[in-house]
Design a binder for this molecule. Structure first.
Ligand code: AVI
Length: 323
């Protein structure tokens, strides 16, 4: 067995393209950005801190569900499959399941191969028998696994998308994405999707999770302004902006915004945008699903059978969706 993981980088957006995307969102009448810009180096660390705060229940609850139901899941999920981890990050979640699902191969996909390298090489030393590959790609708008992976068509594929990351897609984007996932894992060899989904619940519980007492989520959101300054050359000042995390009941989503505390002019080379006090930049949506609503979407995406595993309070669900 080759003890060195294979790495493939598909495409990295160019600095000019990123700057133009950010500035066009800033110029829009309702200013907005893509939540992917929350994750610079500090933003990723702040997100890790969020997963530890008492109010942010999703990470803990998902881990509880895997503890409670992992062995039942393993009866449904084909063993000796290729385990494809979408948004693998530090690979910890998938690694904690290797001894439950016994995959034959592990493919970790993340926006940056550089970020994956350290974790995957370390993981390979822990699991020398398991073939591992890292793929650097932004699959949020298009998911096609690279031919360079040389996946064996006779081997089943299990796609893994934990953490309720699907909540950061609009329902339309989520359906398109799930169809692409289905296209990747459907084969005569069997296969499917293991996905974590945050469920609709009491507004106060949701809002506390996205506006915690310690202010970690506020720091995570406001840090995007510093990232913006780095990527687009803007002159955002942290003291002009406050974090907002509110549940929009009609749309079943948490909305994060950055609200101007006073009239502010944001400038960059060749342009500027004025904000009046109280005006905001919409930085993230985090959709919450019902069990039936999400199952319905999985079926519309092409999955033939679904099992939902939940915690006793039904805060969160992990679906196994058979392709
Ligand atoms: C990554 N994603 C699933 C998180 C969520 O809950 O939507 C991001 C996050 N935003 C604020 N807190 C956590």
């Amino acid at each position: 067995m080759n003890p060195t993981p294979q790495f493939i980088q598909i495409y990295q957006a160019q600095a000019d393209h990123i700057r133009e995307e950010l500035l066009s969102g800033l110029r829009a009448s309702k200013a907005h950005t893509s939540p992917k810009y929350l994750y610079d180096e500090l933003g990723s660390k702040l997100f890790e801190a969020i997963t530890c705060i008492p109010e942010y229940y999703p990470t803990r609850t998902e881990a509880l569900i895997f503890n409670m139901h992992g062995h039942d899941m393993a009866k449904q999920i084909p063993a000796k499959s290729v385990f494809i981890d979408l948004g693998a990050g530090n690979c910890d979640k998938a690694a904690s399941l290797f001894n439950v699902f016994h995959p034959a191969r592990y493919v970790a996909v993340d926006i940056s191969v550089d970020f994956l390298k350290g974790s995957l090489e370390c993981l390979q030393r822990q699991f020398p028998e398991l073939e591992m590959s890292g793929v650097g790609m932004d699959f949020s708008s298009e998911l096609t696994l690279p031919a360079g992976l040389a996946l064996n068509p006779a081997q089943s594929k299990v796609m893994f998308f934990p953490g309720s990351s699907i909540g950061n897609f609009t329902p339309e984007e989520a359906l398109t994405f799930l169809k692409q996932v289905h296209g990747e894992c459907a084969s005569a060899a069997g296969g499917g999707l293991l996905i974590g989904v945050d469920l609709v619940k009491n507004k106060a519980v949701l809002e506390a999770a996205y506006d915690d007492a310690l202010g970690v989520t506020a720091a995570f959101n406001r840090n995007m302004l510093l990232h913006f300054n780095t990527l687009a050359g803007t002159n955002f000042q942290l003291e002009d902006w406050k974090h907002i995390g509110l549940y929009n009941t009609e749309r079943s989503r948490i909305e994060m915004h950055l609200e101007a505390l006073r009239d502010v002019t944001v400038a960059w080379e060749g342009g500027e945008r004025q904000f009046v006090e109280g005006e905001s930049i919409h930085t993230e949506n985090s959709y919450k699903w019902t069990l039936t609503g999400f199952e319905d979407m999985l079926k519309r995406a092409g999955f033939v059978a679904c099992i939902a595993y939940t915690d006793p309070e039904q805060k969160f669900a992990v679906f196994w969706a058979k392709a």
